[in-house]
Design a binder for this molecule. Sequence first.
Ligand code: TRH
Length: 389
Amino acid sequence: MPLPTDRAPSLAIFCKVVDNYGDIGICWRLARQLGGEHGVAVTLWVDDLSSFRRICPEIDVAAEEQQASGVTVRHWHGQDGAFAPADIADIVIEFFACDIPPGYIAAMAQCSPQPVWLNLEGLTAEEWVEGCHALTSPRHGMIKHFFFPGFTDKTGGLLREAALDEKRLAFQSDARAMAAFLGQFGVTAAEMRAVKVSLFCYPSAPVAELFAAWQAGSEPITCLVPEGVAFDAVQAFIGDDAALPGAARTRGALTVRVLPFVPQDDYDRLLWACDVNLVRGEDSFVRAQWAGQPFLWHIYLQDENLHHVKLRAFLQRYAVDADGAIDSLVQAALAWNGASANALPWARLWPALQADLPRIRARAQAWQRQMQAHGDLASNLLAFAGATR
Ligand code: TRH
């Protein structure tokens, strides 16, 4: 049975914040897009409003229910709660296999027609994903479907808003808008003329070594780092007030400047304004791809170095152009993630990467076009749900 046409389809997303900001970052991005672009009535159930507030300052951490950007946000307190079939959305998404409340599942089973039940999985470039995307699993008399984001047309694609490219290109072609954006964080005219690098990584990244190479280099570098990120290396470079947004210091060719943690849309602008982006996790990693600029990915650590497998799978797809593998990018990405047995020092890795930036930028833009051809995850998910019910 198709989704309703006489009213806006309803959709519930259940988000358990496992760590940091990516879980809620992805769910919030998806929720906003489904509501804003597709007219879906979205309820976002999230168990950690404090994490949510960091990427979306309008969130009231004390509210049980609130509206934000057209989305109903509900504070989710674990597994309790009684639900009636009338409470159940047409499409129910559990993010990263979080267990949705048993009472909600029981009410889902009583609905006629039953809702489309999707498990939205994590992003990986590994080939097995194509075989698992859209697989089904019987649960409580219903069918649950696995929906995988991905980099090929046999997956659900990547999250991307319809107007994203237009907004980015308008911003990147407006030097005054970029200067005003960076200026609000205290970035000086000289710092703007330097090679600008945004830095978002996990604590294990070899930031101190990279800083040392930049400092000793001949090309001015401005490194913009959100508060709290790479804290030890930033403190060692800047000194005691390193925790404060606005703190900055120049040594040799390198200026490190601490930025506030900004709302999600401003983080996009930061990626668009920088020449190179160091990103992490899943959501900033995808946004760096849409920024169309060279980037290095610091992948989320997993047991038994599974993340190294995932990193290599991505590099095999991404770090290659008509002339073959982009060696400087592969070497730097592996070293950044501790995945190289005999990594070169950053005093050699960075200059090689910097010399290749025009080639890497061209690849970034070709990759963007390649990914756009797979549609976008929100539209693909709705089409899938419509065909499934
Ligand atoms: O924060 P992350 O490390 O998040 C995740 C989670 O740890 C998650 O459990 C794990 O599964 C996943 O990584 C792989 O990195 P990520 O995914 O890049 O999410 C960061 C979010 O924070 C993203 O939506 C962008 C946003 N952000 C801002 O809004 N403002 C900022 O200033 C910064 C630096 C980020």
